[in-house]
Design a protein around this ligand. Structure first.
Ligand SMILES: [Zn+2]
Length: 347
């Protein structure tokens, strides 16, 4: 293992020569890593390892920080689209942060010119280049509504202006430019949540402050948000677990077997799987994503699978699609085999 005491006695020339070699090596390794990330991402190999996204794969399986993973994945995708980026990163002409920032602004038409201009540029210079490529309108100062501190005003909420629209919101890859409203940890178990609300929402909050004024005399919005979240969670879980199954009208003949999973089974499965994706990889690791969770038949309904709760599990969106594709692939191969043997017989 490396420690600084082993370097303490190294002569300066040696130290600087090694440093230079290490920087070169790191750049080449980074470019190679981007290529691997792009290819794994393209093949969606994370799915079979019980991860719903490349981002989850990097953070949970390889313990990268979210920022580190997001930066490499976005850069990897950009380099996949414009392969000269790999070379520029490998020889140190473009740093990873630069690729990450530029990624959303590169097109087939502009990438050659833009990348050439970004060569050996600092972050600040790249930001200037981006501002030139896609200028944002000046922030109109008049939109900011100052917090009202009147005594009769019961809303101790700071009314902030809406943030600029962020670059394509992606669950897997949070945008670095303008983070959406989110909870920021303050001290342990305390979070700051800042949101922009419209007039109607503000009125609803006001109404709730009045209605709940016995239980919450100070009208603290945080307490009301907590109550509102509790109520919405209960309602959503109830709906998710038992009521919405996109019923197929055509199959809703009375008494006939229907594709819709009975409410009781839905409740039991939802509870058993704790509202999380139950996809398990070959090493026994479970996905557990809660993103767009759906009910999944282990033996497909179309192949005679039942609504027995042992045949139903929850799946996140990514794993539901993944298994549907596997199933489709298997069916496709089967029909091909059938048609081939049919031809064999006739011929
Ligand atoms: Zn999943």
């Amino acid at each position: 293992m490396m420690n600084t005491s082993s370097l303490r006695h190294l002569d300066r020339n040696h130290l600087l020569r090694d440093f230079s070699a290490l920087v070169d090596r790191e750049r080449r390794d980074t470019a190679t890593l981007l290529a691997y990330i792009a290819e794994i991402d393209r093949r969606k190999l994370y799915l079979e390892h019980a991860c719903p996204s490349m981002f989850a794969f990097c953070t949970t399986r390889f313990h990268m920080s979210g920022a580190m993973a997001a930066k490499r994945i976005r850069a990897g995708r950009a380099a996949y689209a414009f392969p000269c980026i790999f070379d520029m990163v490998a020889c140190g002409e473009l740093h990873l942060s630069g690729v990450h920032q530029l990624a959303a602004h590169l097109t087939e038409d502009n990438h050659k010119v833009v990348l050439k201009r970004a060569k050996h540029k600092s972050m600040r210079e790249i930001e200037r280049l981006i501002a030139e490529l896609s200028p944002k309108p000046d922030v109109p100062a008049s939109i900011r509504a100052l917090p009202i501190r009147k005594t009769e005003d019961r809303l101790p909420v700071e009314t902030a202006p809406a943030s600029a629209p962020s670059a394509q919101p992606s669950r897997a890859l949070p945008s670095s430019a303008t983070p959406p409203s989110r909870a920021v940890p303050l001290s342990p178990r305390r979070y700051k949540l800042q949101v922009t609300i419209g007039e109607e929402t503000r009125e609803k909050l006001s109404e709730l402050q009045d209605l709940l004024s016995h239980q919450i005399p100070d009208g603290d919005p945080a307490k009301i948000v907590e109550r509102a979240l509790d109520a919405l969670l209960t309602e959503t879980k109830k709906r998710k677990a038992a009521l919405t199954n996109r019923p197929h009208r055509a199959q809703k003949k009375s008494g006939s077997k229907t594709r819709a999973i009975p409410a009781q089974a839905r409740r039991e499965v939802f509870e058993r799987d704790e509202g999380r994706c139950a996809f398990v990889d070959t090493e026994g690791r479970r996905c557990s994503s809660t993103w767009q969770v759906e009910f999944h038949h282990r033996i497909p309904y179309a192949r005679g699978g039942t609504h027995d709760i042992d045949n139903i599990e929850l799946r996140c969106r990514a794993h539901n699609q993944y298994e549907a594709e596997l199933e489709y692939g298997a069916l496709f191969m089967e029909t091909r085999r059938h048609s081939r043997s049919a031809h064999g017989r006739s011929g």
